[in-house]
Design a protein around this ligand. Structure first.
Ligand SMILES: Cc1cc2nc3c(=O)[nH]c(=O)nc-3n(C[C@H](O)[C@H](O)[C@H](O)COP(=O)(O)OP(=O)(O)OC[C@H]3O[C@@H](n4cnc5c(N)ncnc54)[C@H](O)[C@@H]3O)c2cc1C
Ligand code: SF4
Length: 468
């Protein structure tokens, strides 16, 4: 319980911190790093919550999880009930508890955060979801009254899964078309095992399947099945195909052996289990000196993954400084603890090879300009100053763009100048009855924003179907 001091000023108990596995175990395995709360820690943390009459935390959550109510249940030790309370609004609680940037959302808005450290909402969410999975759920999934509609969802990332789950809960028959052989989108092929174990993603997808959603894998819409065919066979369509095409640097040597995009590198390791080669049949080049280019979550995931493949030295090269890095603070701290070397204010100008194989990366040294009108300091080259970093593998993680597979052959589906699908306030595209959401609309964003879009689209689809 939070306490009052003798002078009458309220003193708040410190935020609970979970333990992590040892550094040695981290860098030699793909085991999940944070261990999560114990039941005692969960109750202590829940007791810090002020149970605000106006819980700002909920305003900070794109899917409106009833945070105050689930925390109140945790406080009473009703962990499974707490998990079910979250699932009323969020079908992927163990995923969100692990990868959502809570520090920029619910925890940023938490009222306690004004006077002390905010409540650890994400860690509590993870705890109750895992507790329910281990102890066995009490949830009885009652099939809803069937509505006479059939909806196709294209893409099984967080946007598609959330849209499908919401529709299925309302009694709609839903089929997801997924290009890859496994569902989950970035949750499955992008975010590494040590941050988001794949058995947890599978567990939450199985829950969505138990709601009645059918997932058809190896179905690349625009390649082996056309959008037209799907539109003809369904009452409405949701497109949630993400923005998974890697952006290229377009500099000399980018085609050398040993230069990967983070997208390819992480897909080989996470989806195709290349780190278990030859037990799994996808190989990955193992290097001793690896350079990763970028400063976001994807770059950090690639760098920490590279370290776990046995590299002696992994350098993360970023063109600005640490304070401008878009990656989550927690991930930067973990990377530092694990021994990733950070090189700031450098921008790659060429990959240098011998016998068509990478040997080094040459960087332009940068500095930050004076702040412009928006207050931003841009990286600008320091003329004549370059730097060479030896590398047998380089991984580029400089962002992604929209994949044109669906849109290029379907001109009636309006996109903006960068290839992202345009939608109206109800998430409907230029095609009647075809909705879209997630990264394919906003550009690369976050899991919870994609889920929020999927949820909003499901509500619009229901309204559209009922008015049809
Ligand atoms: C390495 C990495 C780490 C990240 N870390 C975080 C993090 O820690 N926290 C966070 O909040 N966000 C993170 N993100 C961002 C987040 O994962 C994305 O914003 C989110 O997954 C977008 O969801 P989505 O459903 O729109 O698309 P996606 O997750 O990209 O899913 C789209 C799905 O559609 C499928 N698809 C594509 N084209 C077709 C087609 N033509 N036919 C059928 N299926 C198709 C794809 O195979 C994929 O399964 C990370 C992203 C990456 C790449
Ligand atoms: S804003 Fe913070 S303190 Fe208030 S109910 Fe939400 S989690 Fe609890």
């Amino acid at each position: 319980m939070n306490q009052s001091s003798s002078k009458g000023r309220k003193k708040f108990n410190p935020r609970q911190k979970d333990k992590s596995i040892s550094i040695n175990e981290r860098i030699s395995t793909f085991k999940e790093v944070p261990l999560g709360f114990t039941p005692e820690q969960a109750i202590l943390e829940a007791e810090r919550c002020l149970q605000c009459s106006r819980p700002r935390c909920v305003d900070g959550c794109p899917v409106m999880v009833p945070i105050k109510d689930f925390i109140s249940l945790v406080k009473e030790g009703k962990f499974i009930e707490a998990s079910l309370k979250i699932k009323e609004k969020n079908a992927l609680p163990a995923v969100c508890g692990r990868v959502c940037p809570q520090e920029d959302q619910c925890e940023k808005a938490c009222v306690l955060g004004k006077v002390a450290e905010p409540v650890a909402i994400g860690k509590l969410e993870r705890f109750v979801a895992d507790y329910e999975a281990v102890q066995g759920t009490k949830e009885e999934i009652k099939p809803p009254e069937r509505l006479p509609y059939k909806v196709a969802v294209i893409g099984s990332g967080p946007a598609g899964l959330t849209c499908a789950a919401e529709l299925a809960k309302s009694g709609v028959e839903v089929y997801i078309y997924e290009a890859l052989h496994e569902p989950g989108g970035v949750l499955t092929y992008g975010i590494p095992e040590f941050r988001l174990p794949k058995n947890i993603v599978k567990r939450e997808i199985d829950y969505i399947i138990s709601l009645g959603v059918k997932i058809l894998t190896n179905q690349a819409v625009g390649a082996n099945i056309s959008l037209n065919e799907i539109i003809r066979n369904y009452d409405a369509v949701f497109i949630g195909v993400g923005a998974g095409l890697p952006r290229m640097l377009n500099i000399e040597g980018e085609n050398l052996n040993g230069v990967y995009t983070a997208n390819e590198y992480l897909t080989r390791i996470n989806l195709m289990k290349a780190y278990l080669f030859p037990e799994y049949d996808t190989p990955i080049k193992r290097g001793s000196e690896i350079v990763v280019i970028g400063g976001g979550n994807v770059a950090l995931d690639a760098a920490r993954t590279a370290l776990r493949t046995g590299a002696k030295k992994v350098t993360l090269a970023y063109r600005r400084t640490e304070s401008e890095m878009p990656a989550r603070k927690e991930e930067i701290e973990h990377a530092k603890e694990e021994g990733i070397v950070f090189e700031f204010l450098v921008s790659p100008i060429r990959f240098i090879g011998k016998n068509n194989t990478l040997r080094a990366v040459e960087f332009q040294v940068m500095e930050l300009s004076e702040p412009d009108e928006s207050g931003r300091r841009k990286p600008v080259p320091v003329i004549g100053k370059t730097k060479l970093i030896n590398a047998d593998i380089a991984i580029t993680a400089i962002g992604t763009v929209a994949n044109p597979l669906i849109t290029k052959n379907f001109k009636k589906l309006k996109t903006n100048s960068r290839g992202y699908i345009e939608v109206d306030d109800n998430m409907m595209t230029s095609l009647k009855g075809v909705f879209a959401g997630g990264d394919i609309v906003t550009g690369a964003a976050t899991v919870i924003l994609a889920m929020g879009a999927g949820k909003k689209a499901a509500q619009s689809i229901l309204a559209y179907l009922k008015n049809k």
